[in-house]
Write a protein that binds this ligand. Sequence first.
Ligand SMILES: *Cc1c(COP(=O)(O)O)cnc(C)c1O
Length: 423
Amino acid sequence: MKPENTLAYAQAQDANDPLRAFRSEFHFPQHGGNDVLYFTGNSLGLQPKAAADALKQELDDWARFGVEGHFQAKHPWYSYHEELTASLARLVGALPEEVVAMNQLTSNLHFLMVSFYRPSGKRKKILTETRPFPSDTYAFTSQLSFHGGDPETDLVEVQPRAGEHTLRTEDIIAKINELSDELALVCFGGVNFYTGQAFDMAAITKAAHAVGAYAGFDLAHAAGNLHLKLHDCNVDFACWCSYKYLNSGPGSVAGAFVHQRHLGQQLPLFAGWWGHDKNERFKMERTFKPMPTAEAWQVSNAPVFSMAVHRVALEQFDRAGIANLRAKSEQLTAYLAFIIAEVAKSTGTHLEVITPSDPAQRGCQLSILAHGHGKALFNRITERGVIADWREPNVIRVAPVPMYNSFEDVWRFGQILTECLAA
Ligand SMILES: *Cc1c(COP(=O)(O)O)cnc(C)c1O
């Protein structure tokens, strides 16, 4: 069916959407008595209504059992993270032993780089995408400095070609080959936060391995957004946060992946008691005996309150199925691209979508460069009840997520954008 810029078309799409019922499982912020048009699931996902009961359960169990809750709580705290493993593995395309819910994202990046960024001799460079998320840049440069390297020369960003916003896979691979035996680590986002470009993880990993480098990915904008296959893509490590597409609440517990081939290999790592062999953890022995799973990288005991929310959010992903979510997402974002083009045409505005048009090279987010319009346009749509996000210098990021956004949301966004541009 040809897309149409009409409410009837959008509503018909929603009526055909097998995932439409999930929307009612979330709290939407209100604007003038209505749900806002929420397009920032890429920044902070909405709250699942089930989150409050899940948290209450842990508070109640704490009140009731005190320390005994570690083993007697409905979801025993001692092994709480284990309840998340199967869902996480399904979500990112991993074996259960390859994933663990732990810490925060940037912390995990550091912990994993302890194992996978080990410069030696001339092999000391880190290659990343142009304009990575600042926290990743800080992690890379501080790791380089920590190892006595020079961030000016040892952190290399693949640059887009003149006049282009996104990267070509062939250019990424050419850069990997050029750096060759100077390259220690290739670490990219799964999806770049600014452009919304999804990278070819399998191709990048293969090229990195061919020159003897490790390949890791920051999946902050990919987990819960793309249909990931970390194990099959052969990536060495990955980490992600749970508060963006995974709807687990501000600062909630993050995740990590270490490929099976590295497990039980005694890679150097920063250890803590929750990474120790769980059968002997309470022997409290001096010598660290790592878990034979990704849990070896887990340093501390489980942050149960944030994991309680993460558990119910992951349960929604299990029910919806990441393949189904991705299928809807491709349609929803294609509709958004269509609507933006319609608005540009009808208002005579140059709205340039810098996110790739190839669905294989993007997730749900589109980044719009509104030529001739700045923050004022963004402020006007915000006043009209659109929650999108503004990134300096002049990009509006709009991320309709398949879990709770509708085609009608996208159509309404187009109406508001048209009105604000006409004003
Ligand atoms: C959101 C985001 C972060 C945030 O890191 P935290 O440690 O969770 O605060 C880091 N990297 C990327 C790529 C992000 O998108």
